[in-house]
Design a binder for this molecule. Structure first.
Ligand SMILES: Cc1cc2nc3c(=O)[nH]c(=O)nc-3n(C[C@H](O)[C@H](O)[C@H](O)COP(=O)(O)O)c2cc1C
Length: 195
């Protein structure tokens, strides 16, 4: 079973971070139990947020359920090619404006952080997560009661790492060839420092 990646993740990071990657090879036999699913949602619930506004909204659907079929139907084609093997899909939305009309400036950041918390909790449970922005937002709105001011952002594919040999050659290569910008490109210099 080929479950490792040649990705050059920094070896001195915590393994929950350094050993993570966005796999497309899920184990289609794996079932996510209710307790584990509940802990993933607790990880979302205990995410920090601006003024503790908790603007994330989620919906978790286990593979094999009618809700999963509906949520799977919101994925764009390039994601349906591989996401069927994931044990669960999790819709994540952000409340950008409250029912009272207050704009929550950090809603997307908070929801993104909730995704990160779920991802790390999943890694600690021996699971893997692949975030997908490639969703049909209108289909999500048709299928779920999404209040005004709430924006569907991503669907997460959650499951157990599967055998990379199920992937076609091109997808397998994408899986193994990971790259990142050097830190020097990420650091903002002080104004005038580069002159
Ligand atoms: C907001 C967001 C949206 C993404 N959307 C997709 C997607 O629709 N389909 C896909 O295959 N990967 C998607 N990804 C995965 C990224 O391509 C991936 O995280 C990135 O290439 C880095 O690879 P790594 O996660 O393996 O380190 C998305 C990731 C994020 C954070």
């Amino acid at each position: 079973m080929t479950t490792t990646t040649s990705a050059p993740a920094a070896p001195d990071l915590h393994p929950l971070l350094s050993e993570r990657w966005s796999t497309r090879a899920f184990d289609p036999e794996h079932q996510l139990d209710d307790e584990t699913a509940g802990r993933l949602l607790e990880a979302v619930r205990w995410t920090p947020s601006a003024s503790n506004t908790q603007p994330w909204r989620v919906a978790l659907a286990l593979r094999g359920t009618p809700e999963h079929e509906v949520l799977f139907g919101t994925l764009m084609g390039f994601n349906t090619a591989w996401a069927a093997g994931a044990s669960a899909l999790v819709l994540v939305a952000a409340e950008r404006t409250t029912p009272e009309g207050k704009d929550l400036r950090w809603a997307d950041l908070d929801a993104g952080q909730a995704v990160a918390h779920l991802t790390v909790q999943a890694a600690a449970e021996g699971l893997v997560v692949h975030t997908m922005g490639g969703i049909e937002v209108e289909r999500v709105r048709e299928a779920y009661e999404v209040p005004a001011g709430v924006e569907p952002l991503v669907v997460l594919a959650v499951g157990r790492q599967g055998d990379l040999s199920v992937l076609d050659e091109k997808t397998r290569r994408r899986e193994l060839e990971r790259s990142r910008r050097p830190l020097s490109e990420l650091v903002l210099p002080l104004r005038g420092a580069s002159a």
